[in-house]
Design a protein around this ligand. Structure first.
Ligand SMILES: Cc1cc2nc3c(=O)[nH]c(=O)nc-3n(C[C@H](O)[C@H](O)[C@H](O)COP(=O)(O)OP(=O)(O)OC[C@H]3O[C@@H](n4cnc5c(N)ncnc54)[C@H](O)[C@@H]3O)c2cc1C
Length: 433
C-alpha cells in the first residue's frame, strides 16, 4: 500500500511530499490544477494586442528569515532562481527616495544610519519609532495579550504618530501580512518586525524570483508520484481518497488544501472553518513602450499602490496592492487609470510613456485575515482522525499566511505523518531567533 497521499500541490503540499519522500517513503500527490505551486504560480495570458505573456500570479517575495522556504528551494534544486536584494527604496510622491539598508552597526541597530538619513519621517517620528522598536524587543516574549489586540492598538499605545503609522508601519506590515493594521493581530506585526528588522542584520534582505514562479515550484517532483488535474472529491479514513470515482488508499493522508476546501472534504473535523475570512491582493501588470525606471523595485508612500517591481528592463512593471478590498469593486479601467496616475507621481517617465499592454489580477482570496483571536483557531497538523494530517498556510504554522508559513506547515505535517508511519523525520528549521 502507498505510504502517504498528499492532497493539494501548493507550497504546503509540495513541502510535505518532498519531506516525506526524503525518508524513502512511497508518496503520491493529488492536485486539482494541471500544474503545481497553488497560489504561488505563473501562467500565460492572452492580451488585447493578440500576444501572450507569462505572468506570475502576483509578485511573490520572501525575506532571508524565511529559512524553511529557502530549505525547500535547496531540496527542489531551485535556489539559484531567487536573487536577494539588500536595499529597500521608500519613495515619496514627487520621487524623493530614502534607502533602507544595513549599516555599520550590529543588529538590532543595523538600520540606525538609514533611519537617520530617511527624508520621509520627521526627527520626532524617528525617535518615536526607535522607542517602539525597543518595546518590541522587550515585550516580544513577556506580553501575553498580543494575539488579542490589533497592531494599531499597540502602535497607538506606544504613541506612534499618524505619519509614522502610515509611512512606516502600515507600509511594511500590510504588505507582509495582507490585512490593515486595525485588523491585524499584534503578534504577527511583532513577528515580522522581530525576524525581519531586529533579530539579525541580514534577515530583511528581500528574495525576488529571477524566473517565473512556475519554474520554481512547477517542476516535476523527484521521488513523488504526481497526479495533476486530479481533484480529490471525497475522503474516508478507511477507504482513502476518491478521484474521478476511483478510490486510492494509503497508510497516511496529508491535506494541504485551503480551509474552505477542507471544510467540504472532511466537514466532521472540529475546526471553526467560518473563522477563516479571506483578504485580497490586487496585481497590476503594465508594459510600456520605453523604460520608465532603472530601479529594481520601490515602495510607494501615501498612495493606494504599495509596491512596484521592475520585471523587465524598466519596461514591464508589476504593481501590488495588499489588503485591496476597495479595489475588488473597481472596474479594470478605473484601476489602470488610478495606477498610472499614481505611478507617474513617483516615476515621471511614466507620464511620457505609452502603455502597450496591461493586465489586472484581483485575488479576493489571497490569504486569510490574521485577526486578533484567530491564532487559537488555527488547527495543528494532527487531527482527530489518526491517519489524517493537516498542512496549509492557514494551519498553525507559527507564521502568517505566507510561502514560509505554507512550507512550515508542510514540514510540520510531514513530521507528524512520518511519526505515525513509524519512520519519524525532523524537517522544521527553527526561526533565526
Ligand atoms: C496575489 C498573491 C500574492 C501573494 N504574495 C505573497 C508574497 O509576496 N510572499 C509570500 O510569502 N506569500 C505571498 N502570498 C501568499 C502565498 O501565495 C500563500 O500563502 C501560499 O502559496 C499558500 O500555499 P498553500 O500550499 O498553503 O495553499 P495553495 O497555494 O492555495 O495550495 C493549495 C492547493 O490545493 C489544491 N486543491 C484544492 N482543493 C483540492 C482538491 N480537492 N483536490 C486536489 N487539490 C486541491 C489547489 O488547486 C492548490 O494548488 C500571496 C498570495 C497571493 C494570492
Amino acid at each position: 500500500m502507498t505510504d502517504a497521499i498528499v492532497i493539494g500541490g501548493g507550497l504546503a503540499g509540495l513541502s510535505a511530499a518532498t519531506a516525506l519522500s526524503s525518508l524513502g517513503l512511497d508518496v503520491h500527490l493529488f492536485e486539482s490544477k494541471p500544474f503545481l505551486g497553488g497560489r504561488a504560480t505563473s501562467y500565460s495570458i492572452p492580451l488585447a494586442d493578440g500576444t501572450t505573456e507569462e505572468i506570475d500570479n502576483c509578485q511573490h517575495i520572501l525575506l532571508k528569515c524565511c529559512v524553511n522556504l529557502i530549505d525547500l528551494y535547496r531540496r527542489l534544486g531551485v535556489e539559484d532562481g531567487v536573487e536577494f536584494h539588500k536595499e529597500f527604496y521608500f519613495m515619496e510622491p514627487g520621487g524623493r527616495v530614502s534607502h533602507l539598508k544595513r549599516g555599520m552597526l550590529p543588529a538590532p541597530l543595523h538600520f540606525t544610519e538609514s533611519f537617520f538619513a530617511a527624508t520621509y519621517l520627521t526627527l520626532a517620528d524617528k525617535i518615536t519609532l526607535g522607542r517602539a522598536m525597543l518595546a518590541i524587543f522587550l515585550e516580544r516574549k513577556r506580553r501575553m495579550d498580543l494575539d488579542q489586540i490589533t497592531m494599531l492598538d499597540w502602535l497607538r499605545e506606544k504613541g506612534q504618530t499618524p505619519n509614522l503609522i502610515e509611512r512606516f508601519w502600515r507600509q511594511v506590515l500590510v504588505s507582509a501580512i495582507n490585512v490593515e493594521l486595525d485588523q491585524m493581530a499584534a503578534s504577527h506585526g511583532f513577528q515580522v518586525m522581530w525576524l525581519g528588522f531586529l533579530a539579525a542584520s541580514d534577515t530583511y534582505e528581500m528574495g525576488i524570483p529571477k524566473v517565473p514562479l512556475a519554474k520554481l515550484y512547477g517542476a516535476t517532483l523527484k521521488h513523488v508520484t504526481g497526479h495533476e488535474k486530479a481533484t480529490v472529491e471525497q475522503f474516508d479514513p478507511e477507504r482513502g481518497i476518491c478521484v474521478d470515482g476511483v478510490w486510492h488508499q494509503a497508510k497516511a493522508y496529508v491535506s494541504a488544501v485551503p480551509a474552505d476546501r477542507l471544510a467540504k472534504l472532511v466537514p466532521q473535523l472540529p475546526i471553526e472553518f467560518g473563522a477563516f475570512e479571506a483578504s485580497s491582493i490586487t496585481g497590476i501588470h503594465l508594459w510600456f513602450d520605453r523604460p520608465v525606471t532603472a530601479m529594481p523595485h520601490g515602495t510607494l508612500l501615501d498612495r493606494s499602490i504599495q509596491w512596484f517591481y521592475n520585471k523587465g528592463e524598466g519596461k514591464y512593471l508589476m504593481l501590488v496592492v495588499s489588503a485591496s478590498d476597495a479595489m475588488l469593486k473597481m472596474q479594470r479601467q478605473e484601476i489602470l487609470d488610478l495606477a498610472l496616475g499614481e505611478l507617474g507621481e513617483f516615476l515621471p517617465a511614466v507620464k511620457e510613456a505609452r502603455v502597450v499592454k496591461a493586465h489586472v489580477v484581483k485575488e479576493p482570496k489571497a490569504t486569510f485575515r490574521a485577526k486578533p483571536g484567530l491564532e487559537a483557531k488555527r488547527p495543528e497538523a494532527r487531527t482527530s482522525i489518526a491517519n489524517l494530517f493537516l498542512a496549509g498556510d492557514w494551519t498553525r504554522s507559527g507564521w502568517p499566511a505566507t510561502m514560509e508559513g505554507a512550507v512550515r506547515s508542510g514540514y510540520k505535517a510531514a513530521e507528524a505523518a512520518s511519526t505515525y508511519l513509524g519512520r519519524p523525520g525532523r524537517f522544521l528549521i527553527p526561526d533565526v531567533a
